[in-house]
Design a protein around this ligand. Structure first.
Ligand code: FAD
Length: 489
């Protein structure tokens, strides 16, 4: 047990919001650090959501959700260019099939205008089908918002953390905060390994668990409402069924069940919205699938259940007020982010600016770091290169000539690069490179990824896990199978 360096700011939670705040603070001359309980960054709600950058017409004027998602949406082009994160302004369409739904749609169009959403248009059935020929024939009216977009949320969180680290911030993963106390103008933060960390300012960005930490800090907060959403992913060969993200008119608790083209080129359907009595039920269910599939088939009838290759569920940190909540304690020196439900991904860059402003008002020094570099070095995505570029890359590093994940065409060079950028687990490699995300879902490449991880990290393959804590993939005896650690067979 030991006491670490004193930090100006400690952030708890390495989701898309916590890492956005870390990156924003890494512009300043401060000692800043982030603690994350999972083995890798972005494995909370950030890992399992719809990946949509919303346009901003769904929520009412005046809410934090509305202001920050509209501001956040406008920040994404620059952010994704600086951090080299896949991002696609595919636009979104909310569609109506009945007179009643058409009236609801018109309400959202008016709300969007009031919120300042630009570029929206109302399309009659013919115009909607002209843009999206696979929409159900009954669709009679659509609200189109070209500012809607899609992004790989975990890639954004990883990229934000990498860029913050390159600018001097620290990230410690695999450490859960178990206690927070305050003494002589500093926070004393205890982690589950028994270590303590001190900081003058604290940001509680622990997502679903932020209410527990706020209570440890003495705040009497209303519990976060865990709300599960299941999602189902299609094979890339049906990716061109739609271009826009297709929304129905919303339900009272969610934006409804959608057809989503992802930033990586798969189609996805979901999510459900089911309130849970606890925070750890990430199971997908036959009931959830039936609800999603039957609903989305009414939007896009050509969807076929045989093309589904993967499913997952995420849990929203549902807000008891229906809006994002920014609480403070200790004279403003601790900021608690509560109920960062959807559109928290969209709002993340603007939430970061807002939290920095709150900390500045509480006295956080604001000297800019002249050497701050907003750019993350470009990631080589082999399959996106031209033939000439591929030849060049392979000449410089022959590991790019070895395709490890055949479904997604991911090379050993990309996997090694991901490990050198921080991947420690099979899922860490998967979320950074897409190795294992294709039709066979890692059936072919997982043993190869295990070998590469073991070789690069200098550990036995037996120590490599799928996602940390107790998720080892191999047992003694498998060592014989992997003997030699050689990847090319
Ligand atoms: C099904 C679904 C679909 C969604 N779709 C969209 C969408 O399309 N667009 C959109 O804008 N939003 C969407 N959202 C919402 C969005 O995903 C969230 O608002 C966003 O990811 C919240 O990020 P976060 O960083 O606050 O939380 P998280 O990603 O959960 O990060 C919090 C982190 O804190 C860590 N942590 C918790 N407790 C501790 C502790 N004690 N010590 C250390 N670390 C701790 C967790 O491990 C976690 O990594 C969706 C959500 C769901 C569930």
């Amino acid at each position: 047990m030991g006491t670490k360096t004193h930090y100006d700011v400690i952030i708890i939670g390495g989701g898309v919001v916590g890492t956005a705040i870390l990156r924003a603070l890494s512009r300043l001359q401060l000692r800043t650090m982030l603690l994350e309980k999972a083995v890798e960054i972005g494995w909370g709600t950030t890992k399992a959501n719809s990946g949509i950058v919303h346009a901003g017409f769904h929520s009412e004027p005046g809410l934090w959700k509305t202001k920050l998602s509209i501001a956040g949406n406008r920040m994404f082009d620059r952010l994704c260019d600086e951090l080299d994160v896949p991002f696609w302004r595919n636009g979104l369409m909310m569609v109506a099939r009945t007179q009643e739904e058409e009236n609801i749609l018109r309400h959202y169009y008016q709300q969007g205008l009031e919120n300042g959403v630009t570029g929206m248009e109302m399309l009659d059935g013919e115009a909607a089908h002209h843009l999206e020929p696979n929409l159900a024939p009954e669709i009679s009216l659509a609200l189109r918002a070209p500012s809607g977009a899609v992004i790989a949320p975990f890639e954004l969180a990883i990229a934000q953390a990498e860029n913050a680290i390159a600018n001097g911030a620290e990230v410690h993963t695999g450490l859960a905060v178990t206690d927070i106390s305050h003494d002589e103008d500093r926070f004393i933060i205890t982690t589950d390994d028994g270590d303590t960390w001190t900081a003058t300012y604290l940001v509680n960005s622990a997502g679903l668990f932020a209410d527990d930490l706020a209570r440890i800090c003495g705040l009497d907060v209303t519990p976060i409402i865990p709300r599960k959403g299941e999602e189902y992913l299609f094979d890339q060969r049906v990716s061109d069924l739609v271009t826009h993200t297709i929304f129905p008119v919303p339900t009272p608790t969610s934006k409804g069940i959608l057809v989503i083209p992802t930033a990586e080129g798969n189609l996805m359907i979901g999510p459900t919205a089911l309130e849970l009595p606890h925070k750890n039920d990430l199971a997908t269910t036959a009931q959830g699938f039936d609800e999603i599939f039957s609903f989305t088939q009414k939007l896009v009838p050509r969807l076929n259940r045989r093309d589904i290759i993967a499913s997952f569920a995420g849990i929203r940190a549902g807000s008891p007020t229906g809006d994002f909540i920014f609480e403070t304690s200790h004279g403003g020196k601790a900021v608690h982010l509560l109920g960062i439900e959807s559109p928290g991904l969209t709002a993340a860059p603007a939430i970061a600016e807002h939290v920095c402003q709150m900390l500045a008002e509480a006295g956080l020094p604001q000297s800019e770091k002249p050497e701050f570099n907003p750019r993350r070095p470009k990631v080589i995505r082999f399959k996106e290169l031209s033939d000439a570029q591929k030849e060049q890359v392979i000449r410089e590093n022959p590991l790019y000539a070895h395709v490890v994940c055949r479904c997604e065409t991911i090379t050993e060079g990309e996997i090694v690069d991901a490990i050198h950028r921080g991947a420690r687990t099979v899922d860490g490699v998967k979320f950074r490179t897409r190795a294992g995300m294709g039709r066979c879902q890692g059936g072919f490449c997982t043993p190869h990824v295990v070998k590469i991880l073991a070789r690069e990290l200098g550990v036995s393959p037996l120590e490599i896990t799928k996602r940390g804590n107790g998720s080892r993939l191999l047992v003694a005896g498998a060592k014989e199978f992997l003997k030699g650690g050689k990847v090319h067979d």
